[in-house]
Design a binder for this molecule. Structure first.
Ligand code: TMP
Length: 203
């Protein structure tokens, strides 16, 4: 495996994904290891513009328009990823698995349609490893109800997020060696240690 891997953090809302990516970034900074960090949608100037459009509460796009916007946001990051691949570690907060989990398993958009465009955009970009953050039903409900600043994608019911999470788990099963499931029902520091240990193996 590349010593400058592309590492993705996935999971439904409220699973601690963004917390963990921040911890990993802090570790790499402390160790003076070169990396870039992006989030999707977003992560570059143009992609952030598209993010605002998708997640704005006043937007009323249909599910296929949403898909195309998420992929547009990705398209604007491809150059940056290619430029850094193999030179710096790349940490990504959500990537292709989110598109399949949310737009296909959550919303029912055709899988082949998603894969065709996504594969076209990615060309030979390969994800080396994914941390999949999961949560159980009751914690999911609790955490969703505690969220304050809600965007358009924070407002689905827990049935939807459950379908999305099951979608993520199906993706993990297709290639289990490239994933770790992080059980966010456990203590945060237990998971921080699991993630950091794996990061040390990967780099
Ligand atoms: P965030 O809250 O983790 O920043 O993500 C924004 C929302 O976008 C989140 O609800 C997941 C959703 N999303 C998709 O539906 N499809 C995608 O391809 C991506 C990257 C995110």
């Amino acid at each position: 495996m590349s010593k400058k891997p592309i590492i993705v953090f996935e999971g439904v809302e409220g699973t601690g994904k963004s917390h963990h990516i921040k911890k990993v970034a802090n570790y790499l900074k402390r160790k003076k290891i070169k990396f870039i960090q992006i989030r999707e949608p977003g992560g570059s100037i143009n992609s952030e513009k598209i993010r605002k459009l998708i997640l704005n509460n006043k937007s009323t796009f249909n599910k296929e328009t949403d898909l195309l916007l998420y992929l547009s946001a990705r398209s604007e990051n491809i150059e940056m990823i290619k430029k850094n691949a193999g030179k710096k570690i790349i940490l990504i907060d959500r990537f292709s698995d989110s598109t399949i989990a949310y737009q296909h398993y959550g919303m029912g958009v055709d899988l082949k349609f998603i894969q065709n465009i996504n594969n076209h955009l990615l060309k030979n970009i390969k994800i080396d490893f994914t941390f999949l953050n999961t949560v159980n039903q009751s914690n999911m409900k609790k955490r969703l109800s505690k969220r304050r600043k809600l965007n358009r994608y924070d407002k689905f019911d827990s049935k939807f997020y459950n379908k999305v999470q099951n979608g993520f788990l199906k993706l993990l099963k297709t290639n289990p060696r490239k994933y770790i499931k992080i059980n966010s029902n456990l203590d945060l520091d237990v998971n921080e240690n699991i993630i950091l240990k794996k990061i040390k193996d990967l780099i």
